[in-house]
Design a binder for this molecule. Sequence first.
Ligand code: ADP
Ligand code: MG
Length: 570
Amino acid sequence: MGRIAVLPEVVANRIAAGEVIERPASVAKELIENSLDAGATEVEIRVEGGGTRLVQVSDNGSGIEEEDIRLAFERHATSKIRSAEEISRVLSFGFRGEALPSVASVSEVEMVSAAEGGDGKRVLLEGGRLLKEEKAHRTRGTTAAVRNLFYNTPARRKFLKSAEAEERWIRRAVIAHALAQLSVSFRYLREGDEVFHLPSGEDLLLRVSRLFGRPFAEQMIPIEGREMGPVVTGLVSKVEAARGNRSYQYFHVNGRPVEQSLLVQAATTPFREYLPPRRYPALVISLTIDPSFVDINIHPTKREVRFSPERTIFASIEAPVRRAIRSEKSLPPLWEKGGERKGGAAPRGPSEVRLPLGKESEWTYHRSAEEETAERNLFEEIDPSTLRPVGDTFLVGAGRDLLLIVDKHAAHERILFEEAMDRMEEGKGESQKLLFPETVAVDPVLISVAEEYSEWIEKAGFLVRPIGPRSLMIEGVPPGIRSGEPAGFLIDFLDHLQDEGKKESSRKRGVAASLACHGAIRSGDALTGEEMKNLLARLARARQPFRCPHGRPTVLTLTTEELRHRFLRT
Ligand code: ADP
Ligand code: MG
């Protein structure tokens, strides 16, 4: 190891940038936070090329004094705190003086700012080096334009997703702030086109409605709670309006957007008894709490915070959410024990296949791959004429040495899942035309998802086209789908596509599973003898006949040997 040396500032900044500026959305977040810290009441965000070409934020805030503007780009230069003790009390978003130097070190920045009564100034930086400083005129406020992000850090640039996906991250960051700052107006433009304009002073519900559409807003219930100390307010979706991914969950702590599993857990626990797995309520929840109970200085981007005591925070969110769901009168749990969802077209929940006799081990679940190949021909042993329904959910069939029980929804789901995967791989794109094309009002984000994944959507068998910035027209759905609600079906499909966190292959699986779920027969659907035979024959041909796409068993068997054992004949 060599001698110790202090890193030059440009290098230090670039290292800090690695922590603070993960992607274009981080730039948007930092700039918006600076605008809010400057007391802006109007913020405009412009994005081009998924944010790598341009992220520009303009505000009407306090502006920066002429002689300070250069300082703003120096490390640990901040106007927000003066001593370490102040950190525990800060209410501003920034306080480390790290954001601007980090952003500047990996991009080209142009900033124009004017304080009250002062002349404006413009600075131009490249890779953190000041290129130009000159007088410029503008009204009070600041405009920061960040261009060519990560031009000098190719590794980071390579790590970015598609421009469309990056733009959605940015939009999400903007929305997260917009949902917390109702007194500030936000205008958001993509490639020069206005995506939304939120006037100041409207209530949360109206803002939600402008952002995600009216049908979405109509499904939200207000929550309020203050009995535990922290003040909790916001909106949660009705159970029926739950979505296929978490992207409609927003949390704020003292006006700061955070992503924190404690809060997610607290807000989703009351939904658990009503929601099937992989359905997520939409949530916009604000927590107001004495700042000394939160440590915001634990994460480089302050995305996570630390609370004390956690139990109080949990309870203070859970209680009002539970109250809100309960207040939705006459709400039956969607999932009956051991049964199926009643009506509707959302994915099914836990089937709770309770075995009628004895311990689980006496029935055979087909687990390992080898076991499964060995067992594959068990379907052939079943005499199709013996197939009978048992209750609403199951079929039973007998063979010479075997009793087979089929969960008909799970089995059908497996069959449709594989068909959907095949269609998406081979791109046959067959579609079933709707007699009456349906128009759906959607969140503009879903329009961008629909555009980006038009190929998948087509291959899956949807015929869809955007009409205007927030509506889609559905003209056809995948073949073999029985869903009476093409709109809910399509939205669920798009939600899966939008699940950015996931790898492409698992997203494809999610999409196929959602197709299968919507198409599959439900409990209570009576099947004819021919249909039962057909179901079993198709299941027998499936590549993985023993599990539904969600991993639950499709069939159980009981052999005569096991029967003998149960009747104490061995
Ligand atoms: P921090 O926000 O942690 O103080 P930044 O690097 O984000 O650090 O910003 C440095 C300083 O630049 C801020 O403290 C603030 O004084 C000034 N500044 C940055 N953006 C703006 C803006 N939009 N309006 C007014 N002042 C700003
Ligand atoms: Mg800042």
